[in-house]
Design a protein around this ligand. Structure first.
Ligand code: ACO
Length: 721
């Protein structure tokens, strides 16, 4: 069966179909260039559709909001009351077919189970799916159910789908209590069905609202707090009516304190708990009655850089609390923490390969930026590597680590004082429980690391004292961890300079066999393609020999990340037209690279326009397989490379991922000091993929070495006979 659309619908309210939609969308966007999202019917009386907003922002940025839906529920009611549902289906099909003409795949999400349409909701979803010719994915809620009840529901859903004559693609049971989930997995329940059944356990945090959900629902004013802090999860609500000394005894982790805005005593006591190691971490404070802190109090608070938000509403405490208790959690595109949690849950419990093999989806050969980024995670997850991050004092690192752990992309080691790091992360409302933390100064590894560094560098004049000093530096310690195999890769540079980050690697890890120069590439994510630029960060003025090596390493890096290498050796002249020492260097580098890798598609010297534009290429180098079609661009020196990547980044809005170092025996990567959390996440995932590849190539070479040794041994033995 070849599928170009799927239809997801819940069989009951609160089944959590958005998590399933997101998990499937994530997978599709790694493999298919143009994926559309379509909701046949939305309920506009509740405001803009949240699912459309999330999926558009994350996966379908080119789709307009209007393209993503067919009708409002009011329209459907009208069609139904006029006995004219046929027209509704015909118009829906027209819209859907238009999407199919423009996109390679359409993922549909059915109607919500609410309001008037709830009475025929399931049937209407099945009817729509059948009319669109989409295979049906049923989502069932396992919340607070035992395995017997869940199995019954799975069968009932299958019967309903069968009767509708829709093609039943698969069933997801979501929000299963964890003990029931375990029992069901152990009994291998999934193998009893003719269609794939996926079981996803309940996750407490996904159900809990964030401060941002509460702020939006109550239309609360934000007295203080950053946007990151608004994504703290509210685990429970406490109403502060007692005196301070009694109130303090009730505080728990993740509390939202609701208190009259005139209770300065409670406000101050709550804030004081934030700096006490003996108190749990609050999620936020909600001031009621329209009172906000008076000027002096505000001055005091603003000077403290509070890690939690303070919100304010005009209503009284009683009514506010009643409203807060009805607020449900919302998944939106800005809440990266919850998205990571949801996708991590999906990836852990859904065998995506099995799911999609059933759909026989044709895979795209090009690599769009969305595909590139989404692929990175999947590649990293295939074999979990351990990445060490020495700059644990930086908030961005901690935020990135939480997401990496939630998505189960890598295992993480942080360097620094464990108590300080854990308490800093808890005060930010983050969960980095699964990260290992090593304090270099107190580590039992320190003496061995110091001795190793001294042994490696004493011929360069390093003294034992200087080695001991260097090892207290996070970059050196982390690099040594990678060198000695305690970690598979290192990512640093959010705080340190490029030189400080990579110098230890150059001194300790050194270049991989057959390579003499460490260089770098940037993945330049343009609107519809990803280009590779090298070397824009390390070698100020490479020789022709080094430039040749950089081109070969860059081609290998491109290939490792799914980009077919067609290498342009850039210069200010194309072909044989130009003369001068700089062009000659590029010409010589081209010849060396072609000699070393005769099968590599490589052209040089070539100007940027001839390398990228088919029209210019036709007039300047009509015979070339690279000109007009290059994917890897090698710059003659750091001045040109660094300025060009920044110019393209700033003037075209391209996302530049890198610099990614290449040529080292084991991976170390540098961040820029202005990096965002997303940059750190991408760089760690890239480092993990590099580590996987270096491990497999060293496994291949050691297997080759072993078989060579065995061969030699057996030859030796046969000679002796
Ligand atoms: N490949 C392999 N080994 C190298 C390389 C290289 N490219 N460069 C230096 N080494 C080795 C040296 O051989 C030496 O080894 P040894 O001590 O065992 O003999 C060791 O590394 C240290 O060499 P130095 O030349 O002393 O290294 P130095 O401290 O000068 O700097 C560095 C190396 C940091 C890479 C330097 O070349 C540099 O500063 N490059 C530019 C970085 C930069 O500013 N980039 C732009 C900003 S980044 C951005 O915009 C994203």
């Amino acid at each position: 069966m070849n599928t170009n659309s799927l239809y997801i619908a819940s069989m009951e309210p609160e089944a959590g179909k958005l998590l399933i939609t997101m998990g499937i969308m994530e997978y599709l966007s790694r493999r298919i260039e143009k994926v559309a999202f379509f909701r046949p019917v939305i309920d506009e009386s509740r405001g803009a559709d949240k699912d459309i907003n999330l999926i558009r922002a994350k996966y379908c940025p080119d789709m307009s909001y209007e393209e993503c839906y067919g009708f409002d529920t009011e329209d459907v009611k009208l069609f139904a009351s006029q006995g004219n549902l046929k027209e509704f289906y015909v118009k829906l099909l027209d819209h859907f077919n238009r999407l199919l003409q423009q996109y390679d795949f359409v993922l549909c999400e059915g109607l919500n189970s609410s309001g008037f349409l709830a009475s025929f909701n399931i049937n209407i979803n099945l009817e729509i799916a059948k009319n669109l010719g989409s295979s049906f994915i049923a989502v069932i809620s396992g919340k607070e159910q035992d395995d017997g009840a869940i199995q019954e529901e799975i069968k009932i859903a299958a019967n309903i789908i069968k009767k509708s004559a829709c093609h039943h693609f698969s069933t997801f049971v979501n929000r299963i209590p964890s003990n029931t989930h375990e029992t069901m997995i152990q009994s291998k329940l999934q193998s009893h069905y003719a269609y794939p059944v996926f079981l996803i356990p309940d996750n407490n945090e996904l159900d809990k609202p964030t401060l941002s959900d509460i702020q939006n629902h109550l239309n609360a004013a934000c007295v203080m707090g950053s946007s990151d802090d608004l994504y703290r999860v509210v685990r429970q609500v406490k109403i502060a009516t007692m005196t301070v000394e009694h109130f303090l005894g009730y505080i728990e982790d993740g509390d939202l304190i609701i208190v009259g805005g005139d209770r300065a005593d409670i406000l101050l006591a709550s804030i004081t708990t934030l700096s006490s190691h003996n108190y749990p971490n609050l999620a936020g404070i909600l001031l009621t009655g329209g009172f906000t802190p008076e000027a002096n109090m505000l001055k005091l608070l603003k000077g403290m850089e509070l890690p939690i938000p303070i919100l304010s509403v005009p209503h009284d405490t009683f009514n506010t609390t009643r409203q807060v208790e009805t607020i449900s959690a919302v998944l939106n595109a800005e809440n990266q923490r919850k998205i990571a949690l949801a996708l991590g849950l999906f990836d852990t419990h859904v065998n995506a390969e099995m799911f999609f093999n059933r759909a026989n989806i044709s895979i795209c050969r090009t690599m769009t930026p969305i595909m590139f980024e989404h692929n990175l995670f999947e590649r990293a997850q295939t074999r979990r590597m351990t990445i060490v991050l020495p700059e644990a004092g930086d908030e961005r690192i901690l935020r990135a680590v939480e997401i990496l752990l939630r998505r189960q992309v890598v295992d993480v080691i942080l360097l620094g004082n464990e108590d300080e790091i854990r308490s800093h992360s808890a005060s930010l409302g983050l969960d980095i429980e699964q990260a290992s933390i090593i304090n270099p100064a107190q580590s039992e590894l320190l003496p061995h690391y110091t001795d190793t560094l001294y042994a490696l560098r004493k011929h360069k004049g390093l003294t034992p004292e200087a080695a001991a000093d260097a090892m207290l530096d996070g970059s050196y310690f982390a690099t040594m961890m990678v060198h000695l195999g305690q970690a598979d890769g290192m990512v640093s540079g959010a705080v340190h300079t490029t030189g400080d980050t990579i110098r230890p690697a150059l001194q300790i890890i050194k270049t991989s066999p057959g390579t003499s120069v460490v260089s770098s590439v940037f993945f330049m994510c343009l609107e519809t393609e990803v280009l590779v630029y090298g070397d824009c960060a390390v070698n100020p003025d490479p020789s022709a020999e080094q430039l040749a090596e950089i081109s070969i390493s860059s081609a290998a890096t491109a290939l490792l990340f799914g980009i077919e290498p067609r290498v342009a050796m850039l210069s200010y002249s194309t072909g044989s037209s130009g003369k001068g020492k700089d062009v000659d260097k590029v010409r010589e580098a081209t010849l060396i690279a072609q000699r070393k890798c005769p099968d590599l598609l490589l052209e040089g010297p070539i100007q940027y326009d001839a390398a990228i534009s088919p029209e210019v290429a036709r007039s300047k180098l009509p015979e070339s397989k690279v000109a007009g079609n290059a994917s890897v661009f090698i710059f003659p020196d750091l001045n040109t490379g660094n300025n060009t990547y920044k110019a393209v980044q700033r003037s075209s809005g391209a996302i530049a991922i890198g610099p990614i170092l290449q040529g080292l025996k084991k991976p170390v990567n540098d961040l820029s000091r202005g990096c965002l959390v997303a940059d750190i996440i991408n760089t760690v995932a890239i480092t993990a993929v590099q580590a996987q590849s270096l491990l497999s190539s060293s496994a291949v070479s050691s297997a080759q070495g072993q078989s060579l040794a065995e061969k030699e041994k057996s030859t030796g033995e046969s000679h002796q006979q």
